[in-house]
Design a protein around this ligand. Structure first.
Ligand code: ADP
Ligand code: MG
Length: 749
């Protein structure tokens, strides 16, 4: 199987992004570079993906100019480990920041509450408070320095982000407290209070929140880690009588590689000797191991079980199926569904809006507030700056998409982008192509009926001669049957395929027509003598293929293509998801109805030509249905493209990921039910996150500004605001992580 995709995107690691507003800034900076076709920032992973013809250095300069840092990612093993180590170091740094700030904050708070702290006017008051202020400053520089540096960098680029809010809030609290300490006379006596403990507590809490979030985010990106981990680091190359272990990067095409029991297969290839059972579950979600013999393809990242074999490498590096699955998952993880649009628009203007609200709050309290006005003004403004959290808003969608897309990959489902994911969750109707989708797709001949004056072997020889020119699965069945009978075929002349009907041509100087009833009827050949026979077989789900020789009906070949063994169970699941199911086929009506009955579908559209398949989807959509179309991706391309979500089944050799919104790597219809269930779960997770983040800010900011004060006298403590803010984004990430334990089949597998 091959996953086709555009040129490889450039990937950058971005540092300095603290909130969703930064995502927009970095994306705009990248998109503005000449030659960039598309730039996407994955906020959850702190990476950017850029498509287009452009040098990494140019992009890095553009990111720097916007106030952030960037480095190119090449995704070798060493680099993945380096990034992992950097992430760990960052986490430890956040924990250290929390501890240092907390070490000062905790005793200060306890002493404050116990009333142990000296008043500013007490004999040793000034000395105590100056010392406390200096200690606080030291803790703020050590544990919160990054907020101030970030805010400064933003300021120099005439922008603002979350760092700005935190730096302004805690900075103002410290400056005011220092002012009160050094020049108590400069503020009214009632307002003489220091807020050092608030500043340092907020710094501690926000660091704690980031540490928790970083941990949870690490879990959320586990799917990519898992896929990356499937690739072994070395492979055992066979050269004549010698065998040696080489790093996977230096494997070339056509090299021979030995795989021993229990080992992971390093790259894609074809077995040249030996045989074994291979577990492909991690790539396809298919639980049963597959037998592989000489000549069979093997896929990098799957696990050899008991046997030993040697295979020839066919695809290496970024061409392997695993590499392309990883690329496709990454791409999908950083794309956003339409549902994210509102949150993104709000996030983009969030920080400036909060700054304006903070200024308004200050003005209102200063002009209309009770005494001590300065204290009230400071506390409310500080609380507004601290409680506002664009992170929760910005993380709400991408973090769930990241987990959802990863979850899907675990089940062998590749989702092209956020839009496909959202649509799949909203489907009302699923249209299934019959051949190769509901059925196994490897038809075999079961019977033949000759018309008077014709002989069975003659019909076979002539029909197979014609079908040698056809690509249709039915043609292959007839050719195989002729082969089994040991017939020698004559070449076909003037071969012509009639789409959706069959084929015509000249064999042994006789005019041959092989196909459905319509093919013959439209060429005025009477098919009635064999109708009863045809209907009898069709009622059992077999396809009657009519054969005409020199304008006369010659016989009927019966071809059976039974449903996949798990089709009925998968269709029952789709029905349980509340979906309307439709079987769509170019095949004989009675055959289609019989197959539909066997698998439990009650709506059938049969004898539909390929062009009419797309029209049928349009009709369903006109009636208000949101339609998913499941097909093989090649024959049914127009219908797949017309559907709201096209599902391609990867049964065959090639999965054309570009033509379908969702690709099911293994050829089972269970994949469709899994995809719909995962999409729905992801969508409702996103909704919970968005509602939570919006509500948090919509309620939190007015509360912090003191909206309840006039009526109830209630004001929010700035430290409580710090705790709420620290928890808000952590809550969003944790909620998304709940998706990781979602089981599309209802029970743990
Ligand atoms: P499906 O929807 O089952 O994939 P197609 O559009 O490929 O159907 O074909 C529709 C019908 O046309 C088939 O069921 C078969 O009866 C007939 N047909 C098409 N091509 C051939 C062929 N090469 N040989 C015999 N019958 C054919
Ligand atoms: Mg077909």
């Amino acid at each position: 199987m091959t996953v086709t995709s555009d040129a490889k995107p450039l990937r950058l690691a971005i540092t300095g992004m603290s909130c969703a507003g930064c995502v927009a800034a970095v994306e705009t900076a990248l998109s503005g570079v000449a030659g960039v076709a598309k730039a996407q920032v994955n906020f959850a992973e702190r990476t950017a993906q850029v498509m287009g013809d452009v040098a990494a250095a140019t992009l890095i300069d553009a990111v720097r100019a916007a106030g952030y840092e960037a480095a190119e990612l090449r995704d070798t093993h060493a680099e993945a480990e380096e990034r992992e180590a950097a992430e760990q170091a960052h986490y430890r740094r956040l924990v250290r920041n929390t501890l240092i700030a907390g070490l000062l904050a905790a005793p200060l708070m306890i002493a404050e509450m116990a009333g142990w702290l000296p008043a500013l006017t007490a004999p040793n008051g000034p000395r105590f408070w100056i010392a406390t202020g200096l200690l606080t400053l030291a803790a703020m520089v050590y544990s919160g320095g990054h907020f101030f540096i970030g805010a400064w960098r933003q300021f120099r680029h005439h922008t603002a982000n979350m760092d700005t809010l935190i730096a302004l809030g805690t900075g103002a609290a410290w400056l005011y407290s220092m002012l009160v300490t050094l020049f108590p006379a400069s503020v009214p006596s009632l307002a003489r209070h220091a807020y050092f403990e608030a500043a340092v507590t907020i710094i501690a809490l926000i660091n704690l929140g980031s540490a928790l979030e970083s941990r949870a985010r690490g879990k959320a990106s586990a799917a990519i880690q898992r896929l990356l981990g499937l690739q072994p680091k070395t492979a055992r190359v066979v050269e004549g009588d010698l065998e040696r272990d080489v790093p996977i990067e230096s494997i070339g095409i056509a090299m021979l590689i030995r795989v021993r029991p229990g080992e992971k297969i390093p790259v894609d290839g074809e077995i040249t000797s030996g045989q074994s059972l291979v577990d492909e579950a991690m790539l396809t979600g298919e639980a049963l191991p597959v037998t592989k013999r000489e000549g069979d393809p093997v896929t990098g990242g799957t696990v050899n079980q008991t046997g030993t074999f040697v295979f020839r490498a066919r695809r290496v590096g970024s061409d392997t199926v695993l590499a392309q699955i990883i690329a496709s998952v990454r791409q999908a993880q950083s794309s956003k569904p339409p549902i994210a649009r509102l949150a993104d628009r709000v996030a983009a203007i969030f920080v400036p809006s909060v700054l304006i609200i903070a200024v308004l709050t200050a003005l209102v309290w200063f002009n209309f507030g009770p005494e001590p006005r300065l204290s009230y003004m400071l506390v409310t403004t500080l609380t507004v700056l601290i409680i506002a959290c664009p992170c929760a808003l910005g993380l709400a969608t991408p973090i769930s998409i990241m987990v959802g897309v990863g979850k899907a990959a675990e089940y062998g489902i590749l989702i092209r982008d956020g839009a496909a994911l959202q649509r799949a969750g909203q489907l009302t109707t699923v249209v299934l192509d019959k051949t190769g989708t509901v059925t196994i797709g490897r038809p075999t001949v079961t019977a033949i009926v000759a018309a008077p004056g014709f002989e069975e072997t003659e019909i076979f020889r002539l029909a197979a001669g014609l079908e040698a020119g056809s690509e249709h699965p039915l043609a292959r069945a007839i050719l195989d049957a002729a082969g089994e009978r040991g017939l020698t075929l004559s070449p076909v002349a003037q071969f012509q395929a009639i789409t959706g009907q069959g084929a015509v041509g000249q064999v042994e100087n006789r005019t041959l027509m092989v196909g459905n009833r319509r093919l013959l009827a439209e060429r005025s050949i009477d098919t009635t003598p064999l109708h009863t026979e045809a209907e009898r077989w069709a009622a059992q789900g077999q396809t009657p293929v009519f054969v005409a020789v020199d304008g006369a009906l010659a016989g009927l070949i019966m071809v059976a293509d039974p449903p996949k063994p798990d089709a009925a169970a998968a269709i029952a699941r789709l029905r349980a998801l509340g979906l309307r199911l439709v079987l769509l086929t170019g095949d004989h009506a009675a055959t289609a109805h019989a197959i539909a009955a066997q698998v439990g579908i009650d709506e059938v559209f049969a004898e539909v030509s390929p062009t009419d398949k797309a029209k049928l989807i349009v009709d369903l959509q006109a009636d208000g249905a949101v339609v998913g179309m499941v097909g093989d991706g090649i024959n049914d391309a127009p219908a797949l493209a017309q559907a709201d979500v096209g599902f391609a089944m990867g049964t065959g050799t090639d999965i054309a990921i570009e033509s379908a919104g969702i690709t099911v790597v293994r050829g089972s219809l269970h994949g469709i039910a899994d995809a719909v269930a995962i999409s729905r779960a992801t969508l409702s997770n996103i909704r919970q996150n968005l509602v939570g983040a919006f509500l948090y800010n919509i309620l939190g900011i007015p509360l912090a500004a003191g909206a309840l004060y006039p009526a109830t006298g209630l004001l929010l403590n700035p430290m409580l605001a710090g705790a709420a803010m620290a928890l808000s984004s952590f809550t969003v990430v944790s909620n998304a992580n709940r998706l990781r334990s979602f089981h599309p089949r209802g029970t743990p597998t």
